[in-house]
Design a protein around this ligand. Structure first.
Ligand SMILES: [Zn+2]
Length: 484
């Protein structure tokens, strides 16, 4: 369901393009260059996971969870700390999540850290792909395959990091708990169960989500920014319906469902929800302004200091990659109406998809739409079960640890907290009172982002870099001073 990361940072890459960096081909990395046993084991796990078609309707998620449970037990984790948690979804599908506890010595006195990712993928049709989506293919310095980025990357990285820590005899000062959900791309029911029915297994001071955040490379392959996702907008979809008695089209009535709905949509088109700024978007605009530069950069800087600056908000209104950072947005996405070419329409319905600023309720947005529509006969129906989630406070200990991890692989990259215009399992963890930070260890170019799409890929270097990123981050947060 959610799409990931890249939208708000398109500008940064564009800015670099404008500045005219050479588009030199980066030197091609090959997995054959990475010969350490922990690197090879990580690649094996990644390859096995990509080979499983864990899309909705394919019934492969329980097998993926069982496979990883075996990997952890063979890697030295006691059975009582490895939990496969089956779940039957509302749609009747058998899925599963996996929880693995890495026991610490408790010396920090702190609650555990939750580390999250998801086992499922958006489906891919093999006939549409140039290479098989369900086999890891290495070519031209990239790993191709469904889930190479979203999110078997995160699963393989966290799994490999736990196994490596175990081999090294690392004893954290607090428990580290892995939680891999099984239906993030569809219902997110496993995430809800992880922090609901299974809360005793997953309770934590905060969570690091390996399914969001991460670094962006410019067209020349040099690092631009690293985003830490601290909040997500709420996803809600409404159906707006106007009904009418209808009749014969040779005898038109003065009221008409299609015309009325058109009027409603035109009013909605010109309505702008109020501009809002929170810690995450302020930090994002402050840090992005000098990099983006120009008129858009100036508007970002002004909005960061004064959310009431209507001129600045007006500039960003015309920027698709930025407007969602400034306010709640609602947009018409689908339309249907009428039943025969020679009949007056008895109903007309528009689908309106909203991305709601954290702190604003779904009900509030629905009543704004009703008011803006200015049509008392309009019926509004909320689709599904939208989930509202709070923002997570910007935590300096987390930012410092992530900064150390980033410095290890891409020194000098600025860290930017940000709010995602999409949703991940993180909304459920935040809603359950576990502050959640999206900190995927992957750097890539915007031009290489094909999550949910065809020919999903990640750079080979990005995979091996992330293996060095996670241990630094986790040792900072859960290691003794001497080991961090
Ligand atoms: Zn994902």
């Amino acid at each position: 369901m959610p799409s990931h990361r890249s939208a708000p940072i398109r500008h940064l890459a564009a800015a670099v393009l404008v500045l005219g960096f050479p588009c030199a081909g980066a030197s091609q990395e090959s997995s054959a260059d990475y010969t350490e046993p922990y690197q090879q084991r990580a690649l094996d796990i990644y390859r096995t996971l990509i080979g499983m078609r864990t899309a909705a309707g394919e019934d492969q998620v329980p097998a993926a969870a069982a496979y990883l449970a075996d990997v952890f037990r063979e890697g030295g984790f006691p059975s009582e700390d490895v939990h496969v948690l089956p779940l039957t979804t509302e749609e009747g599908e058998e899925v599963a999540s996996l929880v693995v506890r890495y026991r610490g010595d408790g010396s920090s006195g702190a609650k555990p850290i939750l580390l999250t990712a998801h086992l499922d993928v958006v489906d891919a049709l093999p006939e549409d792909w140039e290479r098989s989506p369900f086999a890891l293919v290495e070519e031209d310095g990239y790993f191709f395959g469904r889930g190479t980025s979203d999110d078997k990357f995160g699963v393989a990285q966290l799994t490999a990091t736990f196994l490596r820590f175990k081999d090294e005899g690392f004893v954290p000062t607090r428990d580290l708990v892995l939680a891999f959900s099984g239906d993030e791309e569809s219902g997110m029911e496993t995430a809800q169960a992880l922090v609901g029915a299974h809360r005793a297994l997953t309770d934590a001071e905060f969570a690091l989500n390996a399914d969001a955040g991460g670094g962006t490379l410019g067209p020349d392959g040099s690092p631009l920014t690293y985003l830490v996702q601290t909040s997500e907008k709420t996803y809600a979809t409404f159906e707006l319906t106007v009904t009418n008695p209808g009749g014969h089209s040779s005898m038109p009535r003065s009221d008409n469902a299609i015309y009325e709905l058109a009027g409603v949509l035109k009013r909605l088109e010109s309505y702008r929800f109020p501009v809002q700024v929170n810690d995450a978007t302020r930090a994002y605009f402050e840090a992005s302004a000098p990099i983006v530069g120009g008129r858009v950069g100036e508007a970002m800087a002004r909005l960061a200091t004064d959310p009431t600056d209507e001129d600045a908000a007006g500039v960003l209104w015309h920027e698709p990659a930025e407007v969602g950072m400034t306010r709640t947005t609602c947009i018409a996405t689908m339309l249907r109406g009428g039943h025969a070419e020679n009949a007056l329409p008895q109903s007309a319905t528009a689908t309106v998809n909203c991305r709601i600023f954290p702190g604003v309720s779904v009900e509030e947005v629905r009543s704004v739409i009703q008011e803006v529509a200015a049509n008392p006969s309009l019926k509004i129906r909320t689709l599904g079960h939208p989930v509202e989630s709070p923002t997570s406070p910007v935590r300096q200990d987390v930012l410092n640890a992530v900064a150390a991890g980033v410095a290890r692989i891409r020194p000098g990259t600025p860290l930017i907290p940000y709010q995602a215009p999409y949703g991940t399992d993180g909304i459920h963890y935040r809603r359950a009172g576990i502050p959640t930070y999206g900190v995927m260890g992957l750097f890539m170019k915007d031009a290489d982002r094909f999550e949910h799409g065809l020919n999903e890929r990640v750079p080979v270097r990005g995979f091996y870099d992330a293996l060095e990123f996670w241990p630094v981050v986790l040792r900072r947060l859960a290691g003794r001073a001497s080991t961090s």
